[in-house]
Design a protein around this ligand. Structure first.
Ligand SMILES: Cc1cc2nc3c(=O)[nH]c(=O)nc-3n(C[C@H](O)[C@H](O)[C@H](O)COP(=O)(O)OP(=O)(O)OC[C@H]3O[C@@H](n4cnc5c(N)ncnc54)[C@H](O)[C@@H]3O)c2cc1C
Length: 399
């Protein structure tokens, strides 16, 4: 186990520089990029290629499979830097966490088949766990994976699945034994889930679009599995032990969301400061001189420093291999602090911009939905408070 250190490391500074360099051509064509995103509902493909070339898609992929193995601290630094410049890709985080799951829990053959193509940018992946009748309580899921010969047959339905139409593969969590069998056998509720890498174009998979907002560049879908077959070799880790494989990826996901939220706060602050410094409505002083405008921005800046520190602590804990429950505590705390901060930053940016804060052209209003989503998904604020109440404070569980 390595010691945790404070402050930005040389490696992180290099990652910031690499990310900034990677974004330069897109910044030069920002309007064109944003128009393409609005018109096609997808991030332009060159952006994915640029992420791969910068080594960011291979951050969790070992070097022997063509990855950079740079780890979570480096990737969180990149996610923060990208969001600070107003860029991102909805499948970036999903593909990254799926790669991590395969790298940590997948068989040698699964790693050989998928990791090089993930690192090179040849594949996009999405993630499917949520079901309408289970929601936050994933252990109520009913989607079945039943072994038949060399395959598993999938039946059931997942919902709110982001980017299923764009992805090549979906990392699917399904039930390999029914809940009744688990109850009869007195097995723990965490048992008998299995994780698969499933080709999105498998016969027996169909999609229904959902009228959702909040994520730029990827739609959400209900995904139906009607006798779709996945080769048994695409099982990630042991059969029935998928909960562990899945949980191994949730903490890094929270850290990356926190890092992105810090970056979004930085961006919103920059936009607010720029506007407040030049907008004059009374006398000759810009509105940024009024403390009613200035103090909320100063408050954001202070809280950003704190949220970044906890986010980097959470990333460092993961990279150092500390006990997952301790790493999970920091990851949850980082996600809690940073996402609430980003929501406040969006609110204050709109208020600072006055009426023009509602104009699509100014680019602030979109953050209202984008940041608000993070209080609900992928883990809600309430569930983080439940986690801290139970696991950190030692208080009884209410549900
Ligand atoms: C835009 C978007 C994209 C998404 N993308 C994906 C994806 O790609 N893949 C995927 O698998 N899922 C995805 N999701 C699903 C998301 O992770 C779920 O919406 C989320 O986990 C909550 O489940 P639910 O919506 O069923 O809420 P519910 O479980 O019905 O919860 C409703 C409310 O009750 C609260 N609540 C529930 N239980 C408790 C409790 N014990 N204590 C306190 N409060 C509680 C919750 O915090 C929440 O506020 C996405 C969702 C959205 C909105």
């Amino acid at each position: 186990m390595q010691a945790l250190t404070f402050g930005i490391t040389d490696e992180q500074r290099t990652i910031q520089e690499t990310t900034t360099r990677m974004l330069r051509p897109f910044e030069a064509r920002r309007q064109e990029f944003e128009r393409a995103l609005r018109e096609h509902g997808r991030v332009p493909e060159e952006f994915w290629t640029a992420l791969a070339e910068a080594g960011l898609l291979g951050a969790f992929v070992p070097e022997e499979f063509g990855g950079t193995a740079m780890g979570l601290s480096a990737l969180a630094t990149a996610a923060d830097a990208m969001a600070s410049r107003g860029f991102g890709h909805p499948l970036f985080l999903l593909t990254g966490m799926d790669a991590l799951c395969i790298a940590r829990s997948g068989s040698a053959s699964l790693q050989r088949r998928f990791l090089p193509r993930i690192a090179s940018g040849a594949l996009k992946l999405c993630f499917a766990i949520t079901e309408a009748n289970a929601g936050t309580n994933s252990f109520r899921m009913t989607t079945r994976a039943v072994r038949r010969g060399d395959s598993y047959v999938l039946d059931g339905e997942k919902t709110f699945i982001t980017g299923m139409d764009q992805a090549d593969y979906v990392l699917l969590v399904a039930r390999s034994r029914s809940r009744e069998e688990i109850e009869r056998g007195g097995l723990p509720k965490t048992s008998c889930l299995s994780v698969f890498v499933v080709d999105c174009h498998t016969p027996g998979i169909s999609l229904t679009p959902l009228p959702m907002r909040a994520i730029d560049g990827a739609a959400q879908w209900t995904v139906h599995f009607d006798g779709a077959e996945v080769p048994a070799e695409n099982l990630v880790g042991e059969e029935h032990a998928g909960a562990l494989a899945m949980f191994n990826t949730l903490n890094p996901e929270r850290v990356l969301i926190a890092a992105g939220a810090c970056g979004q706060t930085e961006r919103l602050l920059e936009m607010s400061i720029a506007y407040a410094s030049q907008r004059v409505v009374f006398g000759s002083r810009p509105i940024g001189a009024y403390q009613a405008v200035q103090h909320p921005l100063a408050d954001l800046r202070i809280r950003l420093e704190a949220a970044r520190a906890v986010t980097m602590k959470a990333a460092a804990a993961f990279d150092a291999g500390v006990d997952p429950s301790e790493a999970g505590t920091y990851a949850n705390m980082a996600k809690y602090l940073a996402t609430d901060l980003a929501i406040d930053a969006a609110d204050r940016a709109i208020q600072t911009h006055g009426g023009s804060g509602f104009s699509e052209d100014v680019g602030v209003i979109g953050y209202w939905e984008r940041t608000r989503l993070m209080r609900t998904a992928p883990i809600s604020k309430e569930m983080i408070l439940n986690f801290v109440g139970e696991h950190v404070l030692g208080l009884p569980r209410s549900y």
